[in-house]
Design a protein around this ligand. Structure first.
Ligand code: ATP
Length: 303
């Protein structure tokens, strides 16, 4: 078997509306998930001769990898009995940064497993993805989605015209669970009625392929919680606005801050203006599903 490769694009949230807790302990939410052309790359090869277990290699990430769970879940749900595999991950997406790096890798691993096993049953893949976490279903076939439920209910949105994203990573990591807990402490959740009306407004605003929704809909309800845990983010948001961003917001549960621009060149200019920061800010474009097929060495999309 020759090596199989997949790219795993990071996602940004173009706004996130937080709703109440569900019975399963997860929050209801509504968010626009936008993949961007910042990708981890995954390679699947047979495990070494004599190996009895699947292996995941992921330099830079400690502890159990979500890709291990994806492989185990895929074998359990599909019943596939193929020989042990090794998946090697080359990380480009910042870890614990609110850009769904682990979920993106799990989604890419499931695409690899589908290819190597010949099992393309969407129900199987979606069942495994849902079990892995609310962000994983949207990473099975990355594209622009309106996500609801706890993030696992997906409605495909028209892809947007190109725009630019300034990504400002942080030296610190924020646990998603801690940010949601802080949001609860601050009482940030909205009612189900507000959530549903926001969902309808977003669908309407983005139906014709606008790059982003109007300012009043482009709000991340988790932002005050992330800023409460990492107060320096308020300063970062100001810096991004001063660098000319049309919108500045915390990405997902943070601590990454993003700036949205009408085009990539303006986002690149802002990255240059903020280049004294560590880690260095950078500019990316949206990821489009039509440029999905292969990985190259620098983690950028290749047509
Ligand atoms: P999300 O927004 O989906 O909650 P995130 O983007 O903030 O997540 P990740 O980069 O997915 O965060 O990392 C969250 C935790 O998951 C890390 O602390 C890391 O230990 C663990 N993890 C497991 N597998 C991976 C992986 N393949 N890549 C990155 N982190 C992983």
């Amino acid at each position: 078997m020759s090596a199989l490769r997949e790219l795993a694009p990071a996602k940004i949230n173009l706004g996130l509306t937080l709703g109440p807790l569900r019975d399963d302990g997860r929050h209801r939410l509504v968010t626009v998930m936008q993949p961007v052309a910042l990708c981890d790359s995954l390679e699947l090869v047979p495990a070494e001769l004599g190996a009895s277990e699947d292996q995941t290699l992921c330099p830079g990430v400690e502890g159990e990898n979500l890709v291990d769970k994806a492989v185990a879940g895929f074998r359990a749900v599909s019943g596939w009995r193929g020989a042990p595999l090794r998946i090697e991950i080359s990380k480009k997406i910042p870890v614990a940064a609110g850009m769904a790096g682990g979920s993106a890798d799990a989604g890419a691993a499931l695409r690899l497993l589908s290819r190597v096993s010949g099992i393309a049953d969407e129900d199987v893949l979606m069942t495994v993805a849902r079990d892995l976490g609310a962000d994983v279903p949207g990473q099975l076939q990355p594209r622009r989605y309106l996500a609801s439920g706890a993030g696992e209910e997906l409605r495909a949105l028209p892809e947007a015209a190109p725009f630019g994203v300034l990504v400002v990573p942080s030296e610190r990591q924020l646990s998603t669970a801690d940010v949601f807990a802080e949001a609860d402490r601050l009482g940030l959740a909205r009612s189900v009625a507000e959530l549903e009306s926001r969902q309808a407004e977003l669908v309407g605003a983005l139906a014709a392929g606008a790059a982003f929704a109007p300012t009043e809909l482009l709000v991340n309800d988790l932002e005050p919680a992330a800023v409460s845990l990492a107060p320096e983010l308020a300063w970062t948001l100001d810096e991004v606005r001063s660098a000319g961003a049309d919108h500045a917001l915390v990405c997902g549960s943070g601590p990454t801050v993003i700036g949205l621009f009408g085009d990539l060149d303006r986002a690149r200019g802002a990255a240059l203006a903020l280049s004294g920061r560590t880690p260095a800010p950078f500019a990316v474009e949206p990821w489009y599903p039509t440029v999905m097929p292969s990985a190259n060495s620098d983690g950028a999309a290749s047509a």
